[in-house]
Ligand binder design. Structure first.
Ligand code: GLU
Length: 420
């Protein structure tokens, strides 16, 4: 017998529910709605590759280029066992709104390979990545589509992607991908950018709510690139980090977790498994810990109709893409929980990807302080704009963020005209 879990429901369907709410408030005409609810291009391909033992296996790769109205497609590549066309399409759809809401000259894209990078050697990962890049040579490029890291991919993987593309082009093209190591055209500050952006938006909203950082108790779910950096930034501003988690479960300590110690532990053991700096709880229980700020920074659909009533946070900042289902979102609205949606909450990463692309094209690299200053300026200016729309129209931040983004993309399409 199979049971239907919430993860089985289409991710793209959920994403569309959010779009619909904003589109109806904008009175979006049916033709524009039709354009925006269809991905421009979806590519599925086979990735045959050699295992270290000499045997051949075939994985499936995806790249969805959702929309190009404002510029080249932009978005990460995910290596995870749960990758499907539906998920990649939803993620590319979100990238379209994320880039637009922070006013970047990009459309939206996303890619992925259905695999478990944890059980692949470096050599196997390199061969998969090179074949993945080779399959996309005609459709990616600095003016076409610019991938980046996402769940399960790293700066090294971006380096292999850039090298493979460059070999095919017979010239070095750093701007084909962002999130690269600094020595081959990566930007200073890119690795920390998503977590930094999460904390910047959280501090801005805490101030608005009249909560001093030193009085804020914070829980971060997920201790990867986004969660661990966000936790570090919260701790550095004096917040009390009372909960963290990873695949091994949650760790709660109401007196405060030593984030530097937890980070060192996770680096040494490749996981928080066995970490003793907090009471070990399940990931579900972690999300229900009473706190001021909750940052889901792992995967989709963790805040659902089943647990939303038991979530006791005043502010939720979405570090992950799509962590809240529409049903849960309605419960939060009713309870008065403030939710900063993914498309602006975690946009710090793609903002610094944009800076990396600009630096690559100019061949001139900025100081880290300059990257961080420009990140703060772009992110908070657009977040304040979203807040203004939300207050004017008495709507949640999520709907306001979609409205700002849809309005910008719609204007670009109308100005360009439709080649029909
Ligand atoms: N994967 C990240 C995201 O979901 C970054 C995308 C990028 O930098 O292009 O926003």
């Amino acid at each position: 017998m199979t049971t239907t879990t919430v993860r089985d429901v289409s991710v793209f369907g959920d994403a569309m529910a959010y779009f619909d709410e904003a589109a109806s408030l904008l009175d979006l005409e049916p033709a524009m709605r039709a354009i925006l609810t269809h991905p421009s291009r979806q590519i599925i391909f086979s990735i045959p590759f050699q295992r270290d033992n000499g045997s051949l296996e075939v994985y499936t790769g995806y790249r969805v280029q959702y929309n190009f109205a404002r510029g080249p497609a932009k978005g990460g590549i995910r290596y995870h066992p749960g990758v499907t066309l539906d998920e990649v399409t939803a993620l590319a759809f979100w990238m379209t709104w994320k880039c637009a809401v922070v006013d970047l000259p990009f459309g939206g894209g996303k890619g992925g390979v259905t695999c478990d990078p944890g059980e692949l050697s470096q050599g196997e990962l390199e061969r998969i990545t090179r074949r993945y890049a080779a399959e996309l040579v005609e459709v990616v490029g600095p003016d076409k589509d610019v991938p980046a890291p996402d769940v399960g991919t790293t700066p090294q993987i971006m380096a292999w992607f850039m090298d493979t593309y460059s070999m095919h082009m017979r010239t070095t093209v750093p701007g084909v991908v962002t999130g690269k190591p600094v020595e081959i055209g990566g930007s200073l500050g890119r690795v920390e950018a998503t977590g930094r952006g999460v904390s910047l938006v959280a501090f801005e909203e805490l101030q608005h709510l009249g909560i001093a950082p030193a009085a804020a108790r914070v829980v971060v779910q997920g201790f990867g690139n986004v969660g661990s950096v966000a936790a570090k930034m919260f701790a550095s501003r004096g917040c009390k980090m009372i909960g963290i988690s990873d695949i091994s479960g949650g760790y709660v300590n109401r007196n405060g977790i030593d984030i530097a110690g937890a980070t060192a532990y996770a680096q040494e053991h490749h996981s928080l498994e066995g970490y003793r700096g907090g009471e070990h709880v399940s990931n579900e229980k972690l999300l229900e810990t009473e706190c001021d700020v909750l940052v889901p920074a792992a995967l989709e659909k963790v805040l659902t109709a089943e647990n939303a009533e038991r979530v006791h946070a005043r502010l939720i900042v979405e570090g992950a893409n799509g962590p809240t289902t529409p049903e849960a979102d309605h419960i939060f609205q009713r309870k008065g929980t403030v939710v900063v949606p993914d498309i602006i909450g975690n946009a710090g990463g793609v903002i610094v990807s944009y800076f990396e692309w600009v630096q690559d094209r100019q061949g001139y690299f900025w100081k880290e302080s300059e990257v961080n200053e420009r990140l703060e300026e772009l992110l908070l200016t657009n977040f304040r704009k979203v807040r203004e729309v939300a207050h004017q129209r008495q709507i949640p931040y999520r709907t306001a963020a979609y409205m700002v983004a849809i309005d910008r993309v719609t204007r670009s399409i109308k100005t360009r005209g439709v080649y029909a």
